[in-house]
Design a protein around this ligand. Sequence first.
Ligand SMILES: Cc1ncc(COP(=O)(O)O)c(C=O)c1O
Length: 359
Amino acid sequence: MARIYNFSAGPSMLPEVVLLKAQQEMLDWQGSGMSVMEMSHRGKEFMAIAESMKNDFVELLAIPANYKVLFLQGGATAQFAMIPQNILNGKAKACYANTGAWSTGAIKEAGKYCEVGIAASSEQAGFTTIPDFADWVVDDEAAYLHYTSNETIHGVEFNDVPDAKGLPLVCDMSSNILSRPVDVSRYGLIYAGTQKNMGPSGVTVVIVREDLVGLAPKTVPSVFNYEQQAKSDSMLNTPATYNWYLLGLVLQWLKGEGGVAEIEQRNIRKADKLYQAIDQSSLYSNPVVKECRSRMNIPFVLADANLDKEFLSLAEKNGLGSLKGHRSVGGMRASIYNAMPEAGVDALIAFMAEFERTH
Ligand SMILES: Cc1ncc(COP(=O)(O)O)c(C=O)c1O
């Protein structure tokens, strides 16, 4: 069996050692005689799995003690609604930066619950940049300021933290969490789906400062209520047990690799070399302003779009999968999350050079 280099934007590549460990433990988890899938979520075996997963997550991101960490379902998409439901705190307005398709999605959903003030937008620029922080308009009457630290579709990433002017700062880190160190204390709330840098899909991590827990009106359903989820250790209903376990294996792998600081260095190296290859070629180009280019998702177009089909099919034949760009922007996109080995990026660069030479 030959494994490919999978450049999918998510669900995406997982470290091979994680898959092998899961395979090895599939029928019998550490002498328990059970697969993790078969365990009661209240049993001592699963409780041990859940506890070490959570501890590793807290350790890897150095999450301060005054934050609750929740492992929920419904994806980041559910958080688009749960955030206003939980932390509007009686206010009528929230501020959002619009830097791409995912911010736009968050804004649309929030609009069902409150007035949305657009603090900044790069829509006019085709979502290829991040508006200068000095120009952001943050209303001090708003409940919070929301932004998306990495726009998965457009390949735009924040390198700095915006100034929330005293409001709780809320961030969708779905596609760059654990790829670089984060000062969690600057945030009111961080959320991310697991299916890019943390494991398979099915779990959404929410890191929420304690003062933002317990603000939801009584009408908010229990499973959507941060306070009730925090009180029950995210087990208000049966959690996605096997996905928690796989998330735990990915976190152990990351710790073994040297943690977030080390993986960041690799991510910088991988992204730098791919951007360099794109910038030096006359066939490929990336439209994003250099300072805002994502280390995780690297979109590029071919000078002649008629070559797209052949590029993709030849790439597949060379073991380079899922390079098609998002349907809304077209072209190509290489998603190179933590689990993408440097050798995968090297293979892509070599393939691109050969394709350019022969076309
Ligand atoms: C930045 C970002 N936010 C939100 C989402 C939506 O996540 P989910 O499908 O887990 O709800 C995605 C999915 O790709 C994403 O990349």
